[in-house]
Design a protein around this ligand. Structure first.
Ligand SMILES: C[S@@+](CC[C@H](N)C(=O)[O-])C[C@H]1O[C@@H](n2cnc3c(N)ncnc32)[C@H](O)[C@@H]1O
Length: 516
């Protein structure tokens, strides 16, 4: 089945990884299930609880990606009575067995327990998204520091990674870079269309030496159906290098790009060399230049890497520090007329505006006092004078309605164009200091390659011309050439003269003169 990261189906399906989008910076990944695989005791089946409410997976399945899903009323209280506590000593094996049994193909749909239908709640909603490397990076369970999107997008671009590329990655860590690299190299699934001589299918060869991380990332790669594209190897790359299978005699990944996110990348560089007749097999593609990037959190590490790269004949070495900033662009309104503007500051923006506001307020107060005097006089003149609330009053200010504040949103300018357009960098952005070192290792080129190349593409004429230009001529040769040139010019002049003379004259000249 195709990976939801690369070719998502049109609607969500069981066993798909889905991203529940609560806010731009709050995403929850979940594997969609028709049943409660962990047997947490919900009558609605599997439920994901969020701060915006509970979402039974029955409400998430079969929906087009991007749908808005309303939270459901879920009894989170009574389920606790059915759930066994996971304290050490409690046997939870039967729960696992129950989930496995429900999954087994032998169980018919009728035999599975009926799920309670979900009832919409008013607590909130989420958006259901298919996973992308970007949303996975923002939501994955962190096991290590991860490479964030601004960094890996730049790294993959500088490594010239494209469909069909083969990339070595070490260490795999939490798999953030792995997913982005898998999408970048994708050029078809190996099962559907096997690689041919002309068409390479992209591959990511991931190396990691931490056992639990290897297990977790291998499981995730299978769950995300990236198995044919990513191969994870449990390996200490400082000592054992990058060959597949056996570290000494294994197959070469034939990589044309390398990304090292290791504490000491320079220690792994000794394995990233071209093949030599006496040395071990090279993990690099012999037919193409290899681009490398190392990721270091401090400058000293970057310097050490650069120095080792130089010793090992890498070229075009450069270092880049990624300083990504997200820029927020919005309209900001100041002034008494900015009441209708979102985020507007109701404050006089100039002295003139402040004075005019004071004058209006003074005028209103004067009118209010006069109105009160008139009202009092008319009431005193009325025999059944009673005190009571004046219903025509503006409740906030106590002013009669006619003096109530006039809305400031009477401007003809639409609210989206009101105020000043400002942009600010958002201070809190998920990233960490990264010094990226880039370099290129050209193909190895021997004298035999040069000869073979000359034979395949002979450039005879050019060679003769170049030889002529570089070999100095003797004096005698130069004199002979000058004499020949003079003779040529003379003959040319003679011809021109003949052509310019009259035809008669020409005829006479042509005919030999007869002398008596
Ligand atoms: C910063 S994390 C990599 C994060 C990863 N690039 C990501 O985007 O999720 C560094 C990883 O390198 C691994 N590592 C350290 N030394 C290693 C070695 N000698 N061989 C293989 N992996 C190693 C660590 O176990 C750790 O998981």
């Amino acid at each position: 089945m195709p990976s939801p990261f690369i070719s998502p189906s049109s609607v969500s399906q069981p066993d798909d990884l889905a991203i529940l989008h609560l806010r731009r910076d709050l995403l929850i990944p979940t594997i969609l299930q028709t049943h409660d695989d962990e047997d947490l005791g919900y009558e609605e089946g599997k439920v994901t609880n969020t701060r915006f409410g509970s979402f039974p997976h029955s409400t998430l399945l079969g929906k087009p990606w991007g749908s808005q899903i309303v939270a459901s009323v879920v009894d989170t209280g009574s389920r606790g009575r059915r759930r066994l506590s996971k304290k050490p000593g409690n046997d939870t094996r039967h729960l696992k067995r129950k989930a496995d049994e429900l999954d087994s193909p032998g169980i018919s749909d009728e035999a599975k327990p009926l799920l309670k239908p979900a009832i919409a709640a008013s607590s909130g909603f989420i958006h259901l998204l298919h996973p992308t490397p970007e949303s996975w990076t923002a939501s994955l369970p962190h096991r290590t520091q991860v490479v964030y999107t601004p960094d890996y997008s730049y790294i993959l671009h500088r490594l010239r990674v494209r469909p069909g590329s083969t990339i070595i990655e070490a260490g795999a860590g939490s798999g953030s870079f792995t997913h982005a690299a898998a999408r970048a190299v994708f050029d078809g699934y190996p099962i559907e269309q096997p690689a041919t001589k002309k068409r390479c299918l992209g591959r990511v060869y991931s190396f990691e030496f931490h056992t639990q991380r290897v297990e977790k990332i291998s499981k995730e790669i299978e769950q995300h159906r990236l198995g044919g594209l990513v191969e994870v190897t449990h390996r200490d790359v400082y000592n054992d290098g990058f060959l597949l299978g056996n570290p000494k005699t294994g197959a070469s990944p034939n990589a044309n790009a390398v990304f090292l996110d290791l504490p000491a990348p320079w220690q792994a560089l000794k394995h990233l060399v071209r093949e030599s007749p006496s040395g071990p097999r090279s993990p690099l593609d012999p037919s193409s230049p290899v681009h490398i990037c190392t990721f270091s959190p401090c400058l000293e590490q970057a310097q050490r890497t650069i120095s080792t790269l130089r010793q090992q004949s890498w070229l075009s070495i450069s270092m880049v520090e990624v300083h990504h900033k997200r820029i927020e662009v919005r309209r900001e309104g100041y002034g008494l007329d900015s009441g209708s503007l979102r985020g507007g500051t109701m404050f006089p923006k100039s002295v003139d505006e402040a004075i005019s506001k004071l004058l209006v307020a003074e005028d209103r107060a004067k009118q209010f006092r006069e109105a009160q005097i008139v009202q009092k006089e008319s009431l005193e003149a009325t025999p059944d004078y009673k005190t009571g609330e004046n219903e025509d009053c503006d409740t906030k200010s106590g002013l009669p309605d006619k003096f109530a504040t006039v809305s400031s949103s009477q401007s003809q300018v639409p609210s989206v164009l009101q105020g000043r357009l400002v942009h600010r960098t958002e201070p809190e952005l998920k990233t960490h200091t990264s010094y990226l070192v880039f370099a290129v290792l050209p193909c190895s080129w021997s004298e035999a390659d040069e000869q073979r190349c000359r034979q395949s593409w002979p450039s005879g004429n050019l060679t003769a011309q170049i030889e002529e230009m570089v070999t100095p001529k003797s004096k005698k040769e130069l004199k002979r050439e000058a004499y020949a040139e003079r003779q040529r010019q003379k003959a040319q002049q003679q011809q021109q003269k003949t052509a310019a003379g009259s035809p008669q004259q020409g005829k006479q000249e042509l005919e030999p003169k007869k002398y008596n």
